[in-house]
Design a protein around this ligand. Structure first.
Ligand code: BGC
Length: 775
């Protein structure tokens, strides 16, 4: 009622007030701002997406109908030539409703590989191409901004959204995000790099206070965003749900203005994540220009606070100007005639090929893979072999027309699967999904459907199949999504049924001299140390998008030689991660469920101390010589590579590192060369080495070489010194360690930095609480 009466009174106010006019695109932005009433300005900074709120004074129809299923829209002001614009998720491709009322057409989008797959390619050119295809769908389906990429750091393997993010390392996160942004934006539509920042868990995500040291912020949690902003200038940045050191990021002037704009030179718009009402005036003052999805109370608050003097109109105008600058870039402002017919076939091919480069071959004893062509009796176990998981749940999911499962992919590649096993899984799935039907209806799109758990397969059945099959493939699947973190039990770890399946299959098949391959169809890291000795080969397929089954079959067959490398560490055990000491693992968590929130409060959660400081992922494992299951950067190939002739040269303010990579094996393949820098000692303790550049070769035929040249800026060598509030490059000896993973260094070259370089920055985002900081 309150909303309706506001709209009526506002419409009345518009009708009775004498209004100056101007037109965006004809008049200058300053003139348009001048022509806006206070109410118009206030409403313009609030998204128009909440039901019952249909835009300024209800002058237009429901903007949500512009593109059904899109996450949000901005408020139009037709009298000033300002159209509504459409913002839609997400990191694995455009998320809109595939079917519309009274419309026979369909609006499916491509389910591209999840971000973790893209990061595993280490191929920024390829990732940019994926971005181009995503951007094309955004444009051709009538949207203006893709709410992607997600680029928070994989601080802990249990974060439910890691699949939407890239890596435990900020250089990879930054470079991948920049590649996607450049690709998407080349299509004339925008991106929103998210969630800025410190959004590394889903448990009570809308309230959690991430307590992070200034050094860890600068070096780890902000660094990737800094790279993406400087290398790609995204149209927008999405502030996160959480607080950093006591302040909501959406209200944090130091984060959104001092660092993002003043220090990094960000020129675009900041929008909030899809939050309820917060301190609106603080958000405006902080430079959070657009509050999504939008509540009428927020507009009221802006008007009231300007009138009471608690908010300056100059702050509002600054946000309004940035909104107008954004609007002028959009297809809606340019009146672009979208087709609703992107080339889904071509994009499916891009999905298949790009995902293939992100497959990580973890183990391949006695050249188990590639499979012998034409095998007709593959014993295909594991429920996700028949129900492939293309991507995660929540806003990171895509409404795709189909998903190719592995048994289909194998068939397409000329293999045959053992029909008795398929029959067991088909029957089981039909029965379980029927049982889950009601629950799944209630869960809705946000949580995604519950999937049946791995069934217990009788030992005698497995034993028979060891006789009548050629070899066994077992797929283990995992899914997760926003709102919840993953569990340790039966999620990070194998379930009892999975462990039994693996043990029984490997025992019986090996007894008959037949091989066993494990496929991991997962969105994030799982425990591998306790069971990796059992199968002959392990292929980490991740969630490879809608063509998943074809992609995995390409890798199994050897049509594509796997060249993915891990963008994160696979630890021996969950508790080896220092962040496990204060990650809310095992709590019942659900985003805004009050009951759970109370439960959590009782456990005194509401903040997370990032005690491990900068010692995230390999920075911790490698420096402390802690054994891991698979190290950061790791990945096998069907061929082998030799590294030689490493060299480093100064060129202006840059260091140019070159290395020759030669294919020394029998089949063509691509290699990822990684440069880790061991820095000169200084006042602050530094990791043993840190990734500072990487490069990927072209497809090299046997015997063929390529010289990779990688650039490291002198300033990239800096560590953050809190005492000085400065980035410091210490003078002294540096070593470039060049290899195929952080634990597989093949070449090293030294160089000297003659003069220290100290770059002071604002002393902001200080910690407000004591914590036990890891040294
Ligand atoms: C997510 C964002 C997403 C937004 C709009 C939020 O729940 O955290 O990543 O872009 O919804 O769907």
């Amino acid at each position: 009622m309150k909303k309706i009466s506001f709209l009526l009174s506002f419409a009345f106010a518009l009708a009775t007030q004498a209004q100056p006019t101007a037109k965006l695109g004809v008049n200058s932005i300053d003139e348009v701002v001048k022509a806006m009433t206070l109410q118009e300005k206030a409403q313009f900074l609030i998204g128009s997406s909440i039901t019952n709120f249909n835009g300024v004074g209800a002058v237009v129809g429901n903007t949500m109908n512009l593109v059904p299923g899109a996450a949000g829209t901005t408020v139009p002001i037709p009298r000033l030539g300002i159209p509504s614009t459409v913002l839609a998720d997400g990191p694995a491709g455009l998320r809109i409703a595939p079917i519309r009322d009274n419309d026979n057409s369909t609006y499916y989008c491509t389910g591209f590989p999840i971000s973790t797959v893209l990061a595993s390619t280490w191929n920024t050119d390829l990732v940019k191409k994926v971005g181009e295809a995503m951007g094309n769908e955004v444009r051709e389906y009538g949207c203006d901004v893709l709410l992607a990429p997600g680029m928070n750091i994989h601080r802990n393997p249990l974060c439910g959204r890691n699949f939407e993010y890239y890596s435990e390392d900020p250089l990879i996160a930054g470079k991948m995000a920049a590649a996607i942004v450049n690709g998407v934006q080349s299509q004339g539509v925008g991106t929103s790099i998210k969630h800025f920042a410190g959004n590394n868990q889903e448990t009570i995500r809308t309230r959690n206070d991430a307590r992070i040291t200034q050094r860890a912020l600068r070096e780890i949690y902000l660094k990737g965003f800094e790279i993406a902003v400087k290398e790609a200038q995204p149209w927008t940045v999405m502030s996160s749900y959480n607080k950093i050191n006591g302040t909501y990021t959406q209200e944090d002037y130091e984060l959104l203005t001092t660092i993002l704009r003043d220090e990094w030179g960000f020129k675009g718009l900041v929008m909030s994540d899809w939050t309820g009402q917060r301190n609106t005036a603080a958000q405006v003052h902080a430079g959070n220009d657009l509050m999504m999805p939008g509540q009428i109370e927020q507009a009221n608050e802006i008007v009231a606070k300007i009138k009471s003097g608690e908010l300056s109109e100059a702050d509002v105008d600054a946000c309004v100007k940035r909104m107008l600058q954004y609007i002028m870039l959009t297809p809606h402002f340019k009146d672009y005639k979208f087709s609703n017919k992107p080339d889904l076939k071509a994009h499916a091919a891009i999905t298949r090929n790009s995902a293939a480069e992100g497959m990580v071959l973890l183990k391949n004893n006695e050249a188990t893979l590639p499979l012998t062509a034409g095998l007709k009796n593959i014993a295909l176990f594991g429920i996700t072999s028949y129900d492939f998981i293309a991507g995660g749940t929540g806003s990171g999911d895509v409404n795709k027309a189909y998903v190719v499962d592995l048994q289909q992919g194998l068939q397409n590649a000329g293999f045959g699967v053992q029909p008795k096993i398929k029959a067991v899984y088909d029957k089981f799935r039909a029965y379980e999904y029927e049982k889950l039907q009601e629950i799944n209806k209630q869960r809705g799109w946000y949580l995604g459907p519950l999937r049946p758990e791995e069934p217990v397969i009788e030992e005698s059945f497995i034993n028979f199949r060891a006789d009548d099959s050629d070899l066994a493939i077992i797929t283990f699947g995992r899914n997760s999504g926003e709102g919840n973190d993953r569990r340790i039990n039966a999620d990070f770890e194998l379930s009892d049924a999975e462990r039994a399946l693996l043990t029984n299959v490997t025992r019986d098949f090996h007894a008959k001299g037949k091989k066993v391959v494990v496929i991991l169809n997962v969105g994030g890291v799982i425990e591998t140390a306790s069971w990796k000795h059992l199968p002959d080969a392990i292929l980490l397929a991740w969630q490879a998008g809608q063509e998943g089954g074809n992609t995995v079959a390409d890798a199994l067959k050897g049509t594509v030689n796997p060249s993915g490398h891990l963008p994160m560490t696979f630890p021996m055990d969950y508790t080896d991660h220092p962040s496990s000491r204060n990650f809310p693992a095992g709590f019942v968590s659900s985003w805004d469920d009050e009951q759970n929130a109370t439960l959590l409060k009782k456990k005194d959660v509401g903040f997370t101390n990032y005690e491990e400081d900068i010692w995230v992922g390999y920075r911790y494992f490698n420096t402390n010589k802690k054994e891991v299951s698979y190290p950061f950067g790791y990945g096998l190939s069907y061929t082998t590579f030799n590294y030689s002739n490493a060299d480093v040269k100064k060129s202006g303010n840059d260091w140019k590192v070159t290395v020759k990579v030669t294919n020394t094996g029998k089949v063509a393949g691509k290699e990822v060369a990684q440069i880790y820098i061991k820095a000169a000692p200084g006042e602050v303790k530094k990791p043993l080495c840190e990734l500072k550049a990487f490069g990927k070769t072209q497809l090299l035929s046997p015997g063929q070489s390529e010289i990779l040249t990688m650039t490291i800026k002198n300033s990239d060598l800096a560590s953050f010194n809190e005492g000085k509030s400065a980035w410091v490059v210490d003078a002294g000896q540096y070593t470039a360690l060049i290899g195929a993973s952080v634990a597989d260094i093949r070449q090293s070259v030294q160089f000297a930095v003659a003069k220290p370089q100290i770059t002071e920055v604002h002393n902001v985002l200080k910690m407000k609480n004591e914590m036990n900081r890891m040294k």
